[in-house]
Design a protein around this ligand. Structure first.
Ligand SMILES: Nc1nc2c(c(=O)[nH]1)N[C@H]1C(S)=C(S)[C@@H](COP(=O)(O)OP(=O)(O)OC[C@H]3O[C@@H](n4cnc5c(=O)[nH]c(N)nc54)[C@H](O)[C@@H]3O)O[C@H]1N2
Ligand SMILES: Nc1nc2c(c(=O)[nH]1)N[C@H]1C(S)=C(S)[C@@H](COP(=O)(O)OP(=O)(O)OC[C@H]3O[C@@H](n4cnc5c(=O)[nH]c(N)nc54)[C@H](O)[C@@H]3O)O[C@H]1N2
Ligand code: SF4
Ligand SMILES: [Mo]
Length: 869
């Protein structure tokens, strides 16, 4: 019997423990690790389906120079040579690394050491700049160090949880389930602050659909209200908090309930309800993520939240904390090693004594003495030719940076681009001169730190495929070839881990809370068997902060003026995530189960706007900004505020001919953190007329480029499904079909064309397009990919006595669709989510769809009521 291996999920910052059993070949069985403190055995839909993503489809398995396979020696020599030459000619600041919160701590540590200690530049920035940097800057301003003052246990002990700019139900599902469990067990109140009504709002006590960007007004108003009600914590303010002159005067002026309600575009009664709930529940956790961080005033927004917690003493106590929840599996580990361009190493900045200390520790001759370029500036410097060699590791900036069109031009123009990735073709990798095959999740080995400072091991389950190598190995090989053999003489991740731990403890007389001294001398076996542990304990339990006087800081922040609609760009674009996709879909995109939740990128539009724009549900719509434009399928949703639309970040050139959100946002950033304001871009939305629509199903994983206006691809069992729409003669799409026996059915009145290709009795491909008719459901045809002996009858696109359309899949674990759920609720008079589970199974495995089921229950009972009226 194979023994399960304990590891950590590849995806979000919840950092769930996984118990994985290799089953031979590339097969792995995935279960939650009951002993892991982050999840106690639970996994969300993405974690549950990790096993579907460890295959080798699309993997980069060999080093590539241009389009040619190269040996590791040749590729590494070339990278080292080009970096060395560029530095010799143009200086250390002419090169850069752009790295990622998806690297392990050990990978991150050596990349940071190479750039900042040996190359002598701080031009290493990370996608955490797009993600957590406002939280980092806010923590530094308030606490003196980037320390998250919360743990998941606080969620169990809070009486009130406020989610601000966080769609926790979709993006941190296991934390959300923990919140729901606390609510069920002890009646914890839940308030959601988000301009959109997301599934996180299902069953919440209050949803404040505030005007985007008005969070500072909301929090300052709350602080003023608490002050006026005499509910500040005077003792804590006196002993543990410093306020600059004029702080309270500014809070007391102009933050009355009415003014705040107007600034936030909320009814004063709702605001009052929130403030009263806050007043009544001192055990408050305010959990925030990208609705706060990804703003051109993100750092101020973070401090507005922390100010309220400091002034009311809601920090350092059980169940009370401001809680910045992290996105990527190792966003925190990256911050700990100093992987941002604005930090040096181990929670040290570029103060001269830190530079000297780190230089001594690394025995590095050439430590960077000043911060490097932050991501947006870094790509601008590439575009302007100031950076001439770039190495991208574990991130896809051609998709995920703001104004991604410009980033693509910069990558194209850069004289030397190296990409380390697990996939052969990404929107970024197509611009690379050298591609280096990295070990993927399930193959790599090291540590990650989750949102609540818990460090866990990721462990290898599978052998390295092809010539893939771990990121730490790749970086150290280049460093050695650049001449720094001794400084990068590591044999294994444990060697790097110990050095990192030693640096956190080095000449650390208690000034830096990050101190992993106990780890600095552990043996390889202890490292191999490492149990999850949290560093820093309850960091501010004694009301002492890592500042020079031991006090935290209240930071004066004022609400920025919010821009009204512009003539050419009258609406506002908000961007974010879908429940079952991860970022640029390079891995979740491989899972047929996960593809079912959202099969196309949608632009969600309020019904009023849809009427004004003449857009119907299911139409194609073009979203344009001053930066670029993209196409999306329109979804009419009263969860949007009028004037605001939402698009997902996931689709790339690899899966779609439109639907690329990254082309749209402005490259405007927060002045303190440099984090882009992804959540608010002025846009124009228009309907795009198409003469026909349809879909294409193809056997096999190899992507094809479909020659039409709109084509998006998702993985299905045995192949891929493409949704298509366009103008002109759709017959040209038949070029995408494979060779084989062809059957067709044409209905000229509706302009419907059905063509199937059958090879050796198996369906190889099918194309169905129509000008005015209905399209059949995709499910039955997808199922035919697995059937032996299909014939021309496949063109009917349904089986004999076929089942009704099950509708969009809601529960991906059991493949249960919306129509099936609605029917069960109606026919069996189901009244709650557990009853749906008992009746048809939906929501009983990973539980990620439970918020959606709750929503369907509400909608269905409303519809039933209306029908009865
Ligand atoms: N399924 C899934 N989960 C993920 C990821 C993924 O790709 N897919 N990625 C991971 C990563 S890296 C991250 S960073 C996290 C992100 O996790 P979240 O921050 O929860 O996700 P987002 O969808 O980016 O945005 C959160 C919410 O901010 C709201 N918002 C927009 N503007 C404002 C505003 O002005 N004020 C307020 N209060 N709210 C606003 C949006 O409407 C949105 O619902 O998710 C992680 N988890
Ligand atoms: N408009 C808009 N844009 C956004 C956001 C938003 O909300 N709105 N959110 C931003 C945020 S918070 C984030 S975190 C970013 C995420 O954006 P990215 O980091 O660009 O997205 P990923 O798809 O996670 O990219 C990871 C890449 O690394 C590869 N990879 C996976 N594992 C490994 C590995 O172990 N080693 C190596 N070398 N490569 C690996 C993957 O194949 C993939 O190509 O997007 C940002 N962009
Ligand atoms: S919540 Fe889901 S995606 Fe996040 S770590 Fe846990 S299983 Fe993975
Ligand atoms: Mo992120």
């Amino acid at each position: 019997m194979t023994i399960p291996i304990r590891t950590t999920c590849a995806y979000c910052g919840v950092g769930c423990g996984i118990s994985a059993t290799p089953m031979g070949g590339r097969a792995v069985t995935i279960a939650g690790d009951a002993a892991h403190p982050a999840n106690s055995g639970k996994l969300c839909s993405k974690g549950t389906h990790l096993g579907e993503t460890v295959g080798l489809e699309g993997r980069l398995l060999h080093p590539m120079i241009g389009d040619k396979r190269a040996s590791w020696d040749k590729a590494l020599d070339l990278v080292a040579k080009r970096f060395r030459e560029t530095i010799a000619k143009h200086g250390p600041d002419s090169v850069a690394f752009y790295v990622s919160g998806q690297l392990l701590t050990e990978d991150y540590y050596v990349a940071n050491k190479l750039m900042k200690g040996f190359i002598g530049s701080a031009n290493i920035d990370t996608n955490s700049r797009l993600c957590m940097s406002s939280a980092v800057a806010g923590h530094n301003r308030a606490f003196g160090e980037d320390v998250v003052p919360a743990s998941y246990d606080d969620l169990d002990e809070a009486d009130l949880i406020v989610l601000v700019g966080s769609n926790t139900a979709w993006c941190h599902p296991i934390v959300y389930q923990r919140i729901q469990a606390a609510r069920a067990a002890r009646g914890t109140k839940l308030v959601v602050v988000d301009p959109r009504r997301t599934e996180s709002c299902e069953g919440a006590d209050l949803h404040l659909a505030l005007k985007p960007g008005s969070d500072v007004a909301l929090m300052n108003g709350l602080l003023a209200w608490m002050d006026q009600a005499g509910l500040l914590d005077g003792d804590f303010l006196r002993d543990s908090v410093a306020a600059p002159d004029g702080f309270w005067e500014a809070i007391r002026a102009g933050h009355d309930l009415w003014t705040t309600a107007k600034a936030c575009d909320l009814p004063p009664t709702e605001l009052q309800q929130f403030y009263e709930m806050f007043a009544a529940n001192p055990r408050t956790v305010t959990l925030f993520s990208q609705g706060i961080n990804q703003s051109i005033r993100g750092t101020d927004q973070v401090n507005a939240i922390i100010n309220v917690h400091l002034a009311t003493g809601r920090i350092g106590k059980p169940g009370a904390a401001p809680f910045s929840i992290t996105g990527q599996p190792n966003a925190m580990g990256g911050r700990e090693v100093g992987g941002l361009a604005t930090t040096l190493a181990a929670h040290m900045d570029f103060a001269p004594d830190n530079v000297a200390r780190v230089g001594r520790f690394w025995a590095a001759p050439n430590v960077a003495t000043k911060p490097g370029l932050k991501a947006v500036d870094l790509f601008r410097a590439i575009d302007e030719g100031r950076i001439k060699a770039l190495w991208v590791m574990a991130t896809n900036p051609a998709v995920s940076m703001p104004d991604a069109g410009r980033v693509r031009e910069a990558l194209e123009a850069c004289p030397f681009v190296v990409v380390s990735d697990v996939m052969a073709t990404t929107d970024t990798a197509v611009h690379a001169h050298v591609r280096l095959p990295a070990a993927a999740w399930g193959e790599k080995d090291g540590t990650v730190t989750n949102s609540d400072r818990t460090i866990s091991r990721q462990r290898a389950l599978l052998p390295l495929p092809g010539e893939a190598k771990p990121d730490w190995w790749i970086v150290t090989q280049v460093a050695r070839r650049m001449g720094w053999r001794n400084a990068f003489a590591y044999d294994r991740p444990a060697d790097i881990w110990r050095e990192h731990a030693r640096l956190t403890a080095y000449q650390n007389d208690g000034v830096r809370l990050l101190n992993l001294r106990a780890q600095a001398t552990i043996g390889n076996e202890v490292y191999a068997a490492m149990e999850p542990f949290r560093w820093g304990g309850a960091p501010f339990a004694y009301g002492r902060f890592p500042t020079n006087d031991g006090k935290a800081r209240l930071v004066p922040v004022t609400q920025m003026a919010l821009q009204g609609p512009l003539r050419d760009w009258p609406m506002t674009l908000n961007t974010g995530r879908y429940r079952d996709q991860w970022h640029t879909m390079t891995r979740t995109g491989l899972s047929p189960k996960l593809a079912r939740h959202r099969e196309e990128p949608l632009v969600e539009i309020h019904p009023q706007d849809a009427v004004a724009l003449g857009i119907a549900d299911g139409d194609l719509a073009r979203v344009s900004t001053a930066q670029g434009e993209s196409l999306f399928r329109a979804r009419i949703s009263d969860g949007q505020r009028p004037g605001e639309v939402f698009t997902p970040i996931h689709w790339t050139d690899q899966q779609s001919s439109g639907g690329r959100t990254g082309l749209l946002p402005r490259p405007l950033v927060d002045p303190h953190s440099g984090q882009p304001g992804f959540k608010s871009t002025p846009v124009r939305v228009e309907r795009i007329a198409t003469e026909w629509k349809g879909f294409l199903i193809l056997r096999g994983a190899e992507p094809v480029r479909v020659p039409c206006l709109w084509a998006t691809r998702v993985t299905v069992p045995g192949g891929a499904l493409y949704e298509v729409a366009g103008n002109g003669d759709p017959a040209r799409l038949e070029a995408c079909l494979p060779k084989g026996e062809r059957v067709e059915a044409i209905d000229t009145t509706r302009g419907t064309r059905r063509v199937a290709i059958i090879r050796e009795g198996k369906l190889a491909g099918v194309l169905i397009v129509t000008r005015s008719g209905q399209l059949p459901t995709r499910d039955w045809l997808i199922g035919q990919l697995a059937v032996e002996g299909v014939g021309a009858s496949v063109l009917a696109a349904r089986g004999p006595g076929s089942q009704p359309d099950k509708g969009a899949v809601v529960c991906v674990c059991f493949d249960i669709g919306l129509n099936q759920i609605v029917a069960a609720i109606r026919d069996q008079r189901l009244v709650d989510v557990p009853a749906i589970g008992a009746a048809i199974g939906a929501g009983t495995n990973c539980g990620s769809c439970r918020p959606a089921l709750a929503n369907i229950l509400v909608q269905t009972s409303q519809e039933t009521l209306h029908a009865a009226e």
